[in-house]
Design a protein around this ligand. Structure first.
Ligand SMILES: [Zn+2]
Length: 424
């Protein structure tokens, strides 16, 4: 964590702003720029925690804020405490405290006992540029609040970042949703993370998420595996820029046509390979089509790599798929408000029927891909290898990256489909 002060800007500033906003410290607009109002908000936090109110986020202030970033606190039980009194202190409910502390009996709380106290606000922010660091913190926060969540790593990215997956449910009906094969399409990560948070909360409380779906029933019958960010290195290039210590620094500049600005063009991983052209499904056709698109080697988009699964991210996702028994998969992309369901006529008959149900639930168009986009993608490979339903969902509309202003609508459009896919 770097020290943050007036005039600084970046995704870390933006994350802090969102956190100050939801904890009622009024930082001003959530725009990633550390302004006067944010400095005053930080001073108020500092006074509340007995720190020097200088408006600078250094190590001590960050430690004070970290519980809010994570969405929970390690709480030490005091004399007379009950789940109810602790819930009031954290603006949450006794039921959510119980969910975060499955082994703790509320009737036998001991003074000095440590418990996890979740805050009343959501962990996953959907009004910020969603980086890998934020994802990692959110996963930590959700695990603490909902210890019934299973998480694990499907492998590592080129730069060694964990490709973390989460699992909702324990049932036999396994499905798999993934996001951010393409770096510019990082909005698909908070989409999936928001779903995980809402689902976990509904499961913990026994409430309903969407008409006709009972999360506890779904939990027993299905296992929804979610890998929110397949391409964390690419997303980091788009959101945080090229870091001086990047081992491919010079190459990346060259592959990006000499530009240090990756924010509007870069879809690939850190080796200039388009991960959604790196799967073993008509991979050679994808390769052969590169020239027609002016692709001659590593670059921002459409380079298929040197061989199928040459990239650790694609290999990890394929291996994750091979080691389980998914009856259906969805790869989340942006944009277009369209759902692709077929690959070279290999989709099973129900592929189209289920696709029609998804189209009805989302309001998106059901379509088939053509040209280079129709080769060597994840859903292509899944359909070819398993002859089971596989989909690409293109969420949002306009140019990538799809603006955050579309998030709420995207979530609303996709919530039912994400539930439906697990039971259909
Ligand atoms: Zn895409």
């Amino acid at each position: 964590m770097r020290t943050l002060r007036l005039g600084d800007f970046g995704t870390d500033v933006m994350e802090l702003q969102a956190t100050l906003l939801k904890t009622n410290y009024d930082p001003g607009p959530v725009d990633g720029i550390f302004g006067q109002r944010m400095a005053r908000a930080v001073m108020r936090v500092q006074r509340n925690y007995g720190l020097v109110p200088d408006g600078v986020v250094g190590a001590a202030t960050y430690r004070a804020l970290e519980r809010y970033l994570l969405g929970y606190d390690a709480y030490t039980v005091r004399r007379g405490d009950t789940f109810y009194s602790i819930a009031r202190r954290y603006y949450t409910t006794p039921a959510l405290i119980a969910a975060a502390n499955p082994g703790v009996n509320p009737n036998t709380l001991q003074i000095g006992q440590r418990i996890t106290a979740p805050y009343g606000f959501n962990v996953v922010d959907t009004n910020i540029k969603y980086t890998y660091d934020i994802l990692a913190r959110d996963i930590q926060g959700l695990r603490a609040r909902y210890p019934f969540l299973e998480t694990g790593s499907a492998g590592k990215s080129l730069l060694g970042r964990d490709l973390t997956y989460l699992r909702l449910g324990t049932g036999e009906r396994q499905v798999f949703y993934n996001g951010v094969h393409h770096a510019l399409e990082w909005i698909t990560a908070p989409l999936l993370m928001k779903f995980i948070e809402e689902f976990s909360k509904a499961y913990a409380l026994g409430t309903t998420l969407s008409r006709g779906y009972n999360p506890r029933e779904l939990w027993r019958g299905s296992s929804i595996y979610i890998l929110p960010m397949v391409n964390p290195d690419g997303a980091d290039l788009v959101l945080n820029g090229l870091r001086a210590d990047n081992p491919e620094y010079q190459n990346l500049l060259r592959w990006n046509n000499g530009s240090a600005d990756f924010s509007a063009v870069w879809q690939a991983n850190n080796r200039g390979v388009d991960l959604n052209h790196n799967y073993n499904a008509a991979w050679q056709s994808s390769k052969d089509a590169e020239a027609a698109y002016g692709v001659t080697g590593p670059g921002p988009t459409r380079y298929s790599g040197t061989a199928p699964e040459s990239e650790p991210e694609a290999r990890a996702v394929a291996e994750f798929t091979r080691s389980r028994d998914f009856r259906l998969v969805i790869a989340y992309h942006s944009q277009g408000r369209v759902i692709y369901w077929n690959f070279m006529d290999m989709a099973p008959p129900e592929g189209k029927t289920i696709g029609e149900a998804f189209a009805a639930a989302t309001g998106y168009t059901l379509d088939q891909t053509s040209g280079i986009a129709s080769y060597a993608g994840y859903k292509d490979w899944f359909i070819q290898r398993y002859r089971r339903p596989g989909y690409t969902f293109e969420v949002g509309l306009g140019r990538n990256p799809v603006p955050l202003a579309q998030f709420d609508r995207i979530y609303r459009e996709n919530l039912e489909a994400m539930l439906l896919a697990a039971v259909i």
